[in-house]
Structures are given as C-alpha cells and as structure tokens.
Design a protein around this ligand. Structure first.
Ligand code: GUN
Ligand code: ZN
Length: 428
C-alpha cells in the first residue's frame, strides 16, 4: 500500500456543468477533506470519515484556503513567453514583427529548454497544472517542452508547429517533413507518462493544401491524438484565407476538406464564424477555445460565449500566451467575464471557474482524468488564498457565500492568490 495524504480546507467540486439548466451556484459543492493515494484522489468528504478510512495518512491542513482542481490552459504558445506584452500590432503584423523572429531563436535547443522551463515555472506559479502548447517548427522545441513537463510530472499536451508557406526562411518545413517529424515526435512522446501529442498545423495561411493533407492523413492514422490549430481569429485573416483557398466554402472548410475537422480538434479563437461553420463544429463535437485576453490584446473581436454555449458547443478557456497578455487563468477568467458583459451575458463565477478547469479538460477529452475534484481524478490541485491582497481582502470580507467570496479573486487576483499547488498528489 502506498502512503496516503489527507488534505483539509474548503474543497470545491463540481457535480455538473454550471452551464446546464438551473442555478449555476448549485453545480458545485464544498467538502472538508480529500484523500490522495498514488497521485489520485481516492476520497472526498468529511475529515472524520476520511481519517477513519486512512488513519495513518499524513495530513495537510489548508485552513480557509479554497482547494480546487488545477487550471487547464487549453491553448498556449510556450515559445512566445519572452515576447508577451509586445506593443501595438494586430494579428498578422504581430506574427511577423514579434512572433516569428522569436520563434526563430528556438532553433537553438538550449534556448528552447530555457524558455520551456521558464514558461512552466510561470504557469505553475499561476496555478496551471495542465497546458496545451504549440511549439515551433523545430522538432527539438517539442523535445525541450516535453522533457521539461515530464521532469515536473505534469499532464501536458504539445506538438510541432507546422508551416510551409507565408513564414520567413528558417521557419518553414515542407508537407513531407511536417508529416515525418510530427510522426516521429508523436511516436516518441504520445502516451509517455502524462504527456500527449497534438498534431499542430499553425493555421491555414501558413500551410499549403499539401501540408494540410499530410497532417490530415497523420491524424487519421493516429485518431486518439488531439489536433490543434487557429480558426477565424480576425476578419483580415478570414479574408486572407478566402484568397488563399478560393475553392473553400469558408475557413473551417480549409481544415475539413483536408481531414482536419473532428471531435479531437481544438480550434483556437473561433470568433468570426459563419452559420455553416458553427453547425459543423457542433455536429462533430469539436472544441472552440476561448482566448479572451488575447482577443482583446490583439484586437481580434468578441467571442460570443453564451451563444456558443446555447448551440451546445464544446468550449475550453485559454491564455493564448504570448498573444494573450497574461500567464494567469484568473486574469483569463476576468477577461472572459468582461467580454461576457460586452456581449450581454454576465458569467457566473461557477461558470468561469468551470471553464478554467473541467470545461477545458473536457475540450481535451480528459474530463475523466483532470479538471475536477472527485474520486478517480488525478490529484492536480491548487489552493487559493481568497484574500491575497488588501483590495481583495476587503471585498472578500463582505462576501455572503462562496461565489461572492471567490469573485474578487477571479477579477483582481494573480499569482499571489495561489497558496499551494499539487501535481499528481505531490505538493510543489
Ligand atoms: N494565428 C496563427 N498563429 C498564431 C499565434 O501564434 N497566436 C495567435 N493569437 N494567433 C495565431
Ligand atoms: Zn494561438
């Protein structure tokens, strides 16, 4: 028998999605204690019951801290860590001015390793225990990321970014090399420890139809992999896609007609969609990844979350570091709330928290493993200090229930609110 750990505090678990009918406040419950064995949660309930179940468990008391599942960031670009918060450009200019020159630097494996470690340290400080990252076109940038994630025991998803046109010399592969390199990396890393591979065409403008075809074929050969890309982020980009793919019915069709539309597809941004695209995404059960700080920072537009939820779309939440302006999923939830206000729907704190945990985990088809606190789930947890700054503390003091207690931390909190992190049951 392996040693057990008993954690006590205010432990919050979801019974259902707070977007389902009924009062969002009723979707979750508070518990006194949880029990961990071999990296998994094996019990949830009262301290007395769990203590009786595991008399010799070591106990960690988190007092009035709120213990929740670790955040799941469903779309990041770790190679953009060092250029986050770069001024004044919209998507295509931002890519050419800041992103591509920086991604070029990751051809140096030592630099890629430094940035991967820096990114994962920042993510962890912000309570993110799983992320889905783009790498660069360099296979060594994928190795750097997976090695850094593996050393930390993280559940993580990543893939080699593929681009064979409309990118500078030095950042282009080919249809064949994208297929070959992605396949080699996939075979090396997919399913190793807690790591999985995502086939990663950057977006239609930087791939030829031949490259999209090759990656569609690879996905068909490895249907249990995720596939990540960008979709309909800015109107200029949508127009560019139309000129590059004159035969396509719409942006989504550039993926669909090359075998790159499916339930395990993660479509970043997905703001400016046509009715056909929305219907197809829903029909196949693909995931739309909402990147609210990025969408305002790069000036992309307002993702209508309430409308997409009403359609029944699968939705995840993400920082989109470094097009997004923060590493923090708290800040990302705040931005989602603000964009909800601008589109006519104030999101409930339960809905924001669910998107950052169980919602994103569901987008990755990993809802049975991560994103909630329940027996059988992997013990990736964080403890939130709900009074982490004077401004938050004075508002928290007036709170009348747990959601009102949490909301100031969602809106004003940052890494100072992260009072503890556990990865697979180990306190970090
Ligand atoms: N579209 C294609 N590449 C990118 C990227 O790196 N960031 C964002 N936000 N959008 C993209
Ligand atoms: Zn992105």
């Amino acid at each position: 028998m392996s040693p057990k750990t008993l954690i006590t505090g205010q432990i919050l678990s979801f019974d259902r999605s707070p977007f389902d009918a009924g009062n969002p406040a009723d979707s979750a419950r508070l518990h006194e204690a949880l029990l961990i064995e071999a990296g998994r949660i094996i019990g949830l309930g009262t301290t007395a019951d769990l203590r009786a179940q595991a008399p010799r468990a070591t106990q960690t008391d988190m007092g009035d801290r709120l213990i929740i599942a670790g955040f799941v960031d469903a779309h990041v670009h770790y190679p953009q860590t060092a250029i986050i918060a770069s001024w004044g450009k919209r998507l295509i200019d931002w890519l050419n001015t800041y992103t591509f020159p920086e991604e070029m630097r990751l051809c140096d494996p030592a630099y890629a390793t430094r940035i991967a470690n820096r990114y994962l340290d920042l993510a962890r400080a912000n309570g993110t225990t799983t992320c889905v990252s783009y790498c660069t076109i360099h296979p060594s940038s994928v190795t750097a990321f997976f090695e850094a994630a593996q050393a930390r025991g993280l559940r993580a998803v990543a893939g080699k970014t593929c681009m064979d046109r409309n990118a500078p010399e030095g950042l282009r592969d080919t249809a064949q090399s994208a297929y070959d390199d992605s396949k080699t990396l996939l075979e090396r890393w997919h399913g190793v420890d807690r790591l999985s591979y995502a086939i990663t065409p950057r977006f239609s403008p930087t791939s030829t139809p031949a490259q999209l075809d090759a990656l569609g074929a690879l996905w068909a050969e490895h249907p249990d992999c995720l596939m990540q890309t960008h979709l309909a982020e800015q109107t200029d980009e949508v127009a560019w896609v139309k000129s590059l793919y004159p035969e396509a019915r719409d942006y989504l069709d550039t993926y669909e007609s090359h075998g790159l539309l499916g339930a395990r597809g993660l479509y970043g941004h997905a703001i400016h969609l046509t009715a056909r695209e929305r219907d197809r995404l829903h029909e196949v059960g693909a995931a739309l990844i909402h990147c609210p700080t990025s969408n305002s920072f790069i000036g992309s537009g307002l993702f209508d979350l309430a409308a997409r939820v009403a359609e029944g779309q699968r939705i995840g939440l993400a920082t989109d570091t470094g097009g997004g302006s923060s590493f923090s999923m708290l800040r990302t939830m705040a931005a989602a709330y603000e964009i909800g206000q601008l589109t006519g729907t104030p999101l409930h704190p339960a809905q924001l928290l669910w998107l950052a945990t169980a919602g994103s985990a569901g987008a990755l088809h990993m809802g049975h493993l991560i994103g909630n606190i329940a027996p059988g789930q992997e013990a990736d947890l964080i403890a939130l200090d709900l009074a982490s700054t004077p401004a938050i503390a004075q508002r928290h003091a007036r709170a009348e229930d747990i959601w009102e207690a949490l909301f100031p931390t969602i809106m004003m909190g940052d890494d100072r609110a992260i009072a503890g992190v556990w990865v697979a049951g180990k306190a970090i």
